[in-house]
Ligand binder design. Structure first.
Ligand SMILES: Cc1ncc(COP(=O)(O)O)c(C=O)c1O
Length: 379
């Protein structure tokens, strides 16, 4: 039986035609499609500036550099995230203060932030909330508190393109200084690899545009050939080939949101309240999430099976699953740096969480097959 993975890119005929058109054009790397994508992205999520880059990790690094992170600074980062959120802080030489998360949502809350602050001591300059799976951390509360502290707020919105939080599109920066997105192939909208940082601050956006291309700027006063390197930067550019794929994908944002939320509704109707050992991760009250992941929490002990057994049995029935995430604070690199951390919410979430297949190509039949397999294996 063919395996249905937990995520799969939704590449349609029109996407392929758009990419082929760029392939035969003058620009394969950075040409007109990159600014076109930036404009479309900014318009879709109602933000003033969108800066494209090579992936979500470089988006987080650009954002970290743009807020001026440096050695001696500390940033509060949830332990329950992908490595890149914490690594971006380390790339600037700053330190991570790992924060616990809610055991039922995987999201950091203000209480967790206060606890991390007390533990982290002096030098905290920023907080990086992560919207796991597409569900949003409570940005209203977090931003009110962070602002009183003078901290910068960078959202890791890599999972949350298209989600609405308190009526605001994620990335509109209603409650943050910057938001970072991934356009990786597993995400709801993809450029194969790609990233975006959004902000309402033009100066910060200009700095990130400079940093993504070697820290250099054109110098027309000297001559049409001239450029100046103002600071140390990187090659974090997106290509036109990637940008045009993302443009094609983003034009159907509303349709994709509808398809994904229909699948989620069907999963929830079939799975929630059916077993004391299984439940889905639910959104906050005022949110309309566009989920990148459909995550369930399984009480493996109660069920009498361990996670490896469940994943293997589901895989044998054609259902691919994945775990997001091993707490970053548990990684050897971070344990060597900061020692063993006691973050029980992150641990409890990690020990139970499992993502089921969620992507646009799933047919009614696929969904029925997945649910039947889940019923057989875990209900
Ligand atoms: C929460 C989170 N942050 C950052 C990233 C990094 O994005 P990319 O893989 O595009 O570098 C990912 C990637 O999966 C992610 O899930």
């Amino acid at each position: 039986m063919a395996l249905k993975p937990y995520a799969r890119p939704d590449v349609r005929k029109e996407d392929i035609a758009a990419v082929c058109e760029v392939l035969t054009s003058q620009f394969l790397t950075t040409g007109p499609k990159v600014p076109e994508l930036e404009d479309l992205f900014a318009q879709k999520i109602a933000v003033k500036q969108a800066v494209a880059c090579s992936n979500g990790t470089t988006a987080l690094h650009l954002a970290s550099m743009a807020i001026g992170l440096q050695p001696g600074d500390k940033v509060i980062v949830p332990a329950l995230t992908f490595l890149a959120t914490a690594n971006a802080v380390r790339m600037c030489g700053a330190d991570v203060v790992f924060c616990d998360v809610d055991s039922e949502t995987g999201l950091m809350t203000l209480d967790h932030i206060r606890e991390a602050e007390a533990r982290g001591g002096a030098g905290i300059v920023a907080v990086y909330p992560v919207h796991i799976g597409g569900h949003c951390a409570d940005m209203q509360k977090i931003s009110t508190y962070a602002r009183t502290k003078g901290w910068k707020i960078v959202e890791d919105a890599c999972h949350a393109l298209g989600s609405l939080h308190h009526g605001h599109p994620v990335g509109s920066c209603a409650y943050s200084d910057l938001a970072c997105f991934s356009l990786h192939a597993t995400k709801s909208f993809t450029a194969a690899e790609g990233g975006m940082v959004t902000t309402n601050d033009l100066e910060i956006a200009q700095r990130m545009r400079r940093l993504r291309s070697h820290g250099m700027e054109a110098d027309p006063a000297t001559g049409p050939w001239a450029y100046e390197m103002k600071e140390l930067g990187y090659n974090y550019r997106l290509t036109d080939l990637q940008a045009v794929l993302a443009i094609s994908q983003l034009t159907r944002m509303e349709e994709v949101a509808r398809i994904r939320s229909d699948i989620v509704a069907r999963y929830r109707a079939a799975l929630d309240g059916v077993s004391p050992f299984v439940k889905s991760v639910l959104p906050g009250g005022k949110d309309v999430p566009l989920l990148h992941l459909f995550q369930i929490l399984i009480d493996y002990k109660g069920l009498g099976k361990d996670r490896a057994q469940v994943m293997t049995e589901l895989s044998a029935r054609g259902v691919g699953t994945q775990v997001h995430y091993i707490p970053v604070s548990d990684q050897p690199y971070y344990q060597n740096l900061y020692g063993v951390q006691n973050l029980p919410g992150a641990r409890q979430f990690y020990e139970r969480v499992l993502a089921l297949p969620l992507y646009c190509g799933l047919t009614d039949r696929d969904i029925e097959d997945i649910l039947e397999a889940v019923r057989d294996v875990v209900l």
